[in-house]
Design a protein around this ligand. Structure first.
Ligand code: AMP
Length: 229
């Protein structure tokens, strides 16, 4: 367990391209530290699955591999961070994805303690291979663990490809990542609570690297751009 300053929240943001392993690592980290994992991709996929107005509005954008609008996403995360399970900290997976989202997150963080940002770095050819192999559960939507072959280890549902993991859409998502999301690495890189880790190694080693990075970063706090870091 990471030792924090007494009363300090453990607020973690995971950055990285599609296929970097953000979801898997966010899940593990959140479970180990008893924090809520907030994945905007999962929130949107659930909305699509349940045919809510949000899901119906977001579906085509997601299927094209493009980003849902900033105002919608900022509203979703603002609402989620207002819930009572977040004051002790959280792990954000998939948000922010644009500079305006990162700026909005800084506003939301005022008075909530430091924000540790972990960027998972993986070469593009490895990402393409991983995305082609990735499966999720067609029923409950969770990412399939490596040892599951045909069915979900949690609910027994059939494992399927994500609709946005197809070849053409993956290339579009990587383009969108470079154009819109990579700039937020620059946005955070100068902060004392930013860490980049090597995501091109076995998942357990990435987990250990992430734990060490967050431990080290959460010992450093300094105000940056007026945000409560
Ligand atoms: P993910 O599971 O994080 O890869 O997200 C799947 C899709 O959901 C993305 O390709 C986007 O279409 C949409 N999405 C998820 N998070 C965001 C976000 N923060 N901003 C805009 N779109 C998002």
């Amino acid at each position: 367990m990471i030792q924090q300053r007494p009363g300090a929240a453990l607020n973690v943001v995971m950055l990285g391209p599609p296929g970097a392993g953000k979801g898997t690592q966010a899940e593990r980290f959140a479970r180990t530290h008893g924090l809520p994992k907030i994945s905007t991709g999962d929130i949107l996929r659930e909305a699509v699955h349940e045919h809510t107005p949000l899901g119906c509005a977001a579906r085509e954008t997601m299927d094209r591999g493009e980003l849902v609008g900033d105002a919608v996403m900022i509203g979703i995360v603002g609402e989620r961070l207002g819930r009572p399970d977040t004051p002790g900290g959280f792990v954000l997976d998939g948000f922010p994805r644009t500079v305006p989202q990162a700026e909005a997150l800084d506003d939301m963080m005022r008075g909530r303690g430091p924000l540790v940002v972990v960027d998972i770095v993986v070469p593009e050819d490895v990402l393409l291979r991983r995305l082609a192999a990735r499966r999720i559960c067609g029923d409950c939507g969770i990412n399939a663990a490596i040892e599951w072959t045909l069915n979900c280890g949690q609910c027994g549902g059939e494992l399927v490809h994500r609709t946005d993991d197809g070849n053409g859409v993956v290339r579009e998502r990587l383009k969108v990542y470079h154009r819109q999301t990579k700039p937020i690495v620059e946005f955070y890189a100068g902060r004392p609570t930013f860490r980049a880790i090597d995501g091109n190694q076995p998942p357990d080693l990435v987990t250990a690297a992430m734990d060490a990075a967050v431990r080290e970063a959460s010992l450093v706090t300094a105000p940056v751009k007026g945000a409560a870091l």
